[in-house]
Design a protein around this ligand. Structure first.
Ligand SMILES: *Cc1c(COP(=O)(O)O)cnc(C)c1O
Length: 217
């Protein structure tokens, strides 16, 4: 697989499922990838990336932004509250708003900074105890809290349980977004992004299918 293969499949899935051309954004997930692979994808013209770790992103993207010009980097991994300030300065969007204490911290920072990245609320659709995310039953009150803090919530994000059919999770996330008037849907990874596009994904997060396997951390 390569960037152009994935773009071709993305476009085909948009067409096949009646999605407007260009309505699905491809986030190239570059966490833990060697820098030469990331540079190669930048050299091909791609400008939207995803990272899981604040420290790793801080060591990479300021220099790459200087070298390659305007680009967007989205935080897709769990965010510690004590890294929230650094994350707000580094990222154009945060897909992992997953608890009230983090929402409050982001709201305070946004107030003093006068700006805020686009935010997605991560939903633990599989209700897995070890996984981050707001439980489905808690989502609507949590979104109300976020709105009361004036946070720019633009959508929802999920990571379906491994080894299970992801489609019911995509469908559930799309329903929760629609009922809350949110248009962003961050869902779908290397193995299932076409199903996610069929169910309304606006942001797919694809790592290994673009960059190759990640070496073990
Ligand atoms: C690593 C990661 C991805 C990309 O996974 P691939 O299977 O390599 O496409 C997507 N989303 C999140 C939240 C991730 O942590």
């Amino acid at each position: 697989m390569s960037l152009s293969d994935i773009q071709t499949r993305l476009t085909a899935a948009e067409t096949a499922h009646g999605r407007a051309p260009g309505s699905v954004h491809l986030i190239a997930v570059s966490k833990v990838q060697p820098l030469d692979r990331v540079r190669a994808v930048l050299a091909e013209g791609h400008r939207l990336f995803g990272e899981n770790y604040v420290q790793e992103a801080a060591g990479k993207w300021p220099d790459l932004r200087t070298e390659f010009g305007p680009l967007a980097v989205h935080m897709i991994g769990p965010l510690q509250t004590n890294k929230a300030k650094q994350a707000m300065d580094l990222f154009d969007a945060i897909h992992s708003v997953d608890r009230p204490s983090l929402a409050q911290k982001l709201a305070n920072l946004a107030q003093s900074k006068g700006s805020c990245p686009d935010l997605f609320v991560q939903v633990n659709t599989g209700q897995e105890p070890q996984k981050a995310g707001i439980l489905p039953a808690d989502l609507d009150p949590f979104l109300k809290e976020c709105r009361a803090m004036s946070l720019p919530i633009c959508g929802l994000m999920c990571i379906p349980p491994e080894g299970l059919d992801p489609i019911p999770h995509f469908t559930e996330l799309a329903g929760m977004a629609a009922r809350n008037g949110l248009s962003g849907l961050s869902m779908g990874m290397s193995s299932d992004f076409e199903s996610a596009i069929a169910k309304g994904a606006t942001h797919i997060r694809v790592g290994s299918a673009i960059f190759g396997a990640r070496r073990p951390a």
